[in-house]
Design a protein around this ligand. Structure first.
Ligand code: NAP
Length: 247
């Protein structure tokens, strides 16, 4: 039985995590905290693994405390920049037995979408990402879009840059750029979390699309993370690292 603490338990994702942990026969919910409760409450409650869906600032305080106290961390919060990731890696180096999974998307379909985009990226001249989310989301572009762009850019390394003849442009018209890949963010009421990767080559396009229609879609991935995090010491970025998706 794994003792699990949930941070951001009142949030949209946190509520789904609490429900999923309560419904898992091999997990016991020992703490469910929100803003105003210090992370030390997780240690006091005996949590072995924590799941965090909060904000980019709040999650750093939780990570520092949990890693320092030997508690494994499954993180769904998005908005990590390079500096924050480097800090987490530093904390992990000081506690080599602790596992930390930071996954920008726990949807199995989304993980596959990212892997397929990575596989396809070297074979197409053009690649752009459109991510679409509900308007209450605080970060843009989404962590999933940023992670997809990094994976695709790594897969295209050494290839010529994409052609783009745009010289007259209203600010933002071509979205933001992550490692040379344009990323566009749409926010609209009614959406949950969606992403399209559009690849273009001579005379053909390939569109890879994933739709999260309900927050429960993330829960099998979250529980998989909870079950496997202790077997993966150190920092892992992306759920694909816990799955066998080929190389
Ligand atoms: P939300 O509904 O706004 O919930 C945020 C939660 O964080 C609230 O419960 C809030 O508590 C809590 N919180 C804020 N500051 C805190 C602090 N200092 N200490 C402890 N708890 C704190 O947001 P959401 O839609 O659930 O999304 C949360 C995060 O998950 C976002 O970064 C989002 O992008 C990400 N996300 C990831 C995935 C994935 O698959 N990885 C999927 C969907 C969303 P209060 O209620 O007290 O303010």
């Amino acid at each position: 039985m794994t003792k699990v603490g949930v941070v951001g338990a009142r949030g949209r994702m946190g509520q789904a995590v609490v429900e999923a942990v309560n419904g898992a026969a091999d997990c016991e919910l020992v703490a469910a905290i929100d803003m105003g409760v210090p992370p030390s409450a997780l240690l006091q409650a005996g949590a072995e693994v924590i799941v965090d869906f909060t904000t980019p600032d709040a999650v750093m305080r939780t990570l520092k405390s949990c890693i320092g106290n030997g508690i494994h961390c499954v993180i769904g919060t998005t908005g990590f920049d390079e500096g924050k990731l480097a800090k987490v890696a530093e904390w992990c180096d000081a506690q080599p037995s602790v596992g930390v999974l930071i996954a920008p998307n726990f949807g199995i379909g989304a993980v596959l979408m990212m892997r397929l985009a990575e596989l396809a990226a070297p074979y197409f001249e053009s690649a752009e990402i459109i991510e679409l989310h509900h308007p209450d989301k605080v970060d843009a572009p989404s962590g999933t879009a940023a992670h997809t762009a990094h994976l695709m850019a790594a897969a295209r390394s050494g290839l010529p840059p994409q052609q783009d003849a745009t010289i007259h442009e209203m600010p933002g018209a071509r979205g933001t750029t992550i490692e040379g890949i344009h990323v566009h963010s749409v926010r609209a009421r009614g959406l949950v979390a969606h992403q399209e990767v559009i690849l273009g080559g001579e005379g053909e396009t390939l569109t890879i699309r994933h739709d999260s229609l309900d927050r429960r879609s993330f829960m099998p991935g979250v529980l998989l993370g909870v079950r496997r995090v202790s077997a993966h010491p150190g920092l892992t970025i992306g759920l694909a690292g816990y799955l066998d998706l080929g190389t």
